[in-house]
Design a binder for this molecule. Structure first.
Ligand code: PMP
Length: 369
């Protein structure tokens, strides 16, 4: 029984599955940790230096609600160069999660439907419920490709938004230009808000990144520095889209998060110009190390982006398989956290090569069980 003080919205989500893995990890002496959702490289030196200088330079007060000009102007210039949309404004947020919360609070009325693609990033389903909406799931199993026909069928008069995430957490799949264009056009045709979570946009290994904003000028893009620059703890994200929506999100930010941390914004302004391609190349190799290591024994779609793979459990349910892996010190995440199906598991290759290699060995042994 939940405690009598708790509001109903607290029952919208259950994070016990993922917390259990992290709790187990904290008790293990030498786990093979392939459960992590953040890069294994550190924040670039120049970015660290910029944060230190900002702090030493007294830039420690509240930031402007919409973001410090040093960062916001740079981001706006980049966005303008990319899209040339007449009506596109930008807000610096407290992480990409902050942008996601604000955009859902701004758009979704109680009872509205939000379409998400299964497998989905855990927060989507939870936050849609939290703002009183209803997730409508479009299945992309078994190849994790978006079928425009399935998307069309999921649209009802109550559909308010579509949430798209490419490259995807947890599958690592990058939607093709044709898929992205189809989603963008369907959203425009039905006058539905399209929210594009582009937090992994730099992590594309086989083809250039494509944003639906190229095909639908009304697209609401959310993005951030957590993954691209390993700044997960610094809480800097941003959202851009139609001015009227960004303006309401800014008002809401004023009464919720207030602002994104000021020193981190000065550092993010430096991060924009740091070349991360060396790390991206390293992650492509890590992807090959993992998929090459298990591809003959597992049913796994080769991920073209992010830093995850989402193989099918070779026996049992996804959760049963993960239990067995954890008993062997291998930390991976059960797929049912990200899906209505309990058939897969998520492996992160944001880890040292040696850790990936050890993980591959355990996975090979488990598959042959
Ligand atoms: N979207 C996706 C798809 C993610 O994987 C994550 C982080 N795991 C976020 C958003 C949130 O990132 P942030 O740290 O910027 O809040």
């Amino acid at each position: 029984m939940p405690h009598r003080w708790l509001a109903q919205r607290t029952s919208c989500f259950d994070s016990s599955g993922i917390r259990r893995v992290f709790d187990l990890a904290s008790q293990m002496t030498d786990p093979i940790n392939l459960s992590i959702g953040q890069p294994d490289f550190d924040v670039p030196e120049r970015v660290q230096q910029a944060a230190i200088e900002a702090i030493r330079g007294g830039k420690n007060g509240y930031a402007l609600t919409q973001g410090m000009p040093v960062l916001r102007d740079k981001l706006l210039a980049r966005v303008a160069a990319e899209y040339d949309h007449a009506d596109r404004s930008l807000l610096v947020t407290s992480g990409t999660s902050g942008a996601l919360v604000l955009v859902l609070m701004t758009l979704v009325n109680p009872g509205d439907e939000v379409i998400i693609f299964d497998p989905y990033f855990v927060m989507y389903d939870a936050l849609v419920g939290l703002v009183g909406g209803r997730s409508v799931v479009v299945d992309t199993h078994p190849d994790f490709r978006i079928d425009p026909e399935r998307l069309r069928q999921a649209i009802t008069p109550r559909t308010k938004a579509i949430l798209l995430n490419s490259p995807s957490n947890p599958t690592g799949v990058v939607a093709t230009e044709a898929e992205i264009r189809a989603v963008a056009e369907i959203a425009a045709e039905h006058d539905i808000a399209l929210i594009s979570d582009e937090i992994y946009r730099l992590f594309c290994y086989d083809a250039p990144f494509v944003s639906p904003a190229r095909f639908n000028p009304q697209t609401l893009v959310i993005d951030g520095f957590s993954k691209t620059h390993a700044m997960t703890g610094w809480r800097v994200g941003f959202a851009h889209g139609p001015g009227a929506v960004i303006e309401e999100m800014t008002k809401l930010q004023q009464y919720t998060y207030v602002c994104a941390p000021q020193p981190a914004q000065w550092a993010a302004a430096v991060a924009i110009d740091v070349d991360m391609s060396g790390h991206i190349d390293a992650y492509r190799r890590k992807r090959d190390l993992l998929v090459g290591g298990i591809g003959d024994l597992y049913d796994v779609v080769t991920p073209s982006g992010a830093f995850y793979a989402f193989p099918r459990a070779p026996w049992g349910s996804g959760s049963e398989f993960v239990e067995a892996a954890i008993a062997r010190q291998l930390l991976i995440i059960p797929g049912n956290i990200f899906s209505r199906h309990d058939t897969h598991f998520r492996v992160s290759y944001a880890a040292a090569d040696e850790t990936i290699q050890r993980g591959v060995e355990v996975l090979r042994e488990l598959a042959k069980r």
